[in-house]
Design a protein around this ligand. Structure first.
Ligand code: ZN
Length: 267
């Protein structure tokens, strides 16, 4: 009997040692793998994070990858910040909320800076604002971020529409300036006191709806002028469109070289 008890206790102890041995063996085998996973995982996650989402991949035109587009306003007076919020709101409303924006405190898609008004460009012309989108290095029609600078107080159309702000935000969507008066992408509409702008023009809305429905909503972008950011990298308010000439010392573009400005018209 005594021997049997000793044998049973011996077997139990043996089993316990065996379990500990197997556990340790497995643990030691698993351990380096676990460590390796820890080393591999973060970098893999970074790669996934860096891969830009594009839920509008049917679209060839310049576009943001997903909604909502986030933004952060840096600096500025309350009045100026209000104009920016109004501009985002009106773009969203005018596109039937197909385009959505969201204010954030960190990692915004669009950063808006208010800066001192005396900023001159290389032609010594006062810059009202500029807007510079950045593109995905892998997919050049995909906009991944944008920086908008407003110099000074900004300007509001006499209709009360925040056209300078909307204009700059639309540049961040890849739209180019156009040399036609009184349209949202007119290069100099806001430098005149008789600005009549009340909304984004229908052809831009049509194009935006097509892009941000991934082509599900019928729309037309064929007449829209997209920016050639990829060619020269920068876009300033004071660069005239193709076929137009800068009038020295003014913010105007005229259809012929060496014209002068009288009462906001080229002569
Ligand atoms: Zn512009």
């Amino acid at each position: 009997m005594k021997n049997k008890k000793i044998l049973i206790i011996g077997i139990i102890i043996g089993i316990i040692f065996l379990i500990i041995f197997i556990y340790n063996k497995n643990y030691n085998i698993l351990n380096p793998i676990i460590e390796e996973e820890f080393i591999l995982d973060p970098s893999e996650k970074i790669i996934i994070k860096e891969e830009q989402k594009d839920v509008f991949s049917n679209i060839n035109e310049f576009h943001w990858g997903e909604m909502p587009i986030t933004y952060k306003i840096i600096g500025g007076e309350e009045r100026q910040r209000k104009l920016i919020h109004e501009a985002f709101e009106t773009i969203s409303n005018e596109t039937d909320e197909i385009i959505k924006f969201k204010g954030v405190n960190e990692n915004p898609d669009i950063s808006i800076y208010f800066k001192s008004p005396n900023t001159y460009d290389s032609n010594d012309e006062l810059t009202l604002a500029d807007s510079l989108p950045k593109f995905d290095p892998e997919k050049e029609n995909l906009i991944i971020s944008a920086e908008i600078n407003i110099y000074g107080q900004g300007q509001v159309c006499k209709t009360g529409y925040p056209d300078l702000e909307v204009h700059e935000i639309l540049h961040a969507f890849g739209f180019d300036d156009i040399p036609i008066m009184d349209r949202i992408m007119s290069r100099y509409s806001y430098s005149t006191s008789d600005c009549e702008i009340e909304k984004i023009d229908d052809d831009y809305i049509s194009c935006l709806k097509k892009i941000y429905s991934n082509g599900e909503i019928d729309g037309d972008c064929s007449k829209i002028s997209f920016n050639s950011f990829l060619e020269f990298g920068f876009e300033f308010e004071d660069i005239c469109g193709e076929g137009w000439y800068d009038v020295e010392g003014t913010e105007f573009c005229c259809p012929e070289p060496d014209m002068i400005i009288i009462d906001d018209y080229c002569y």
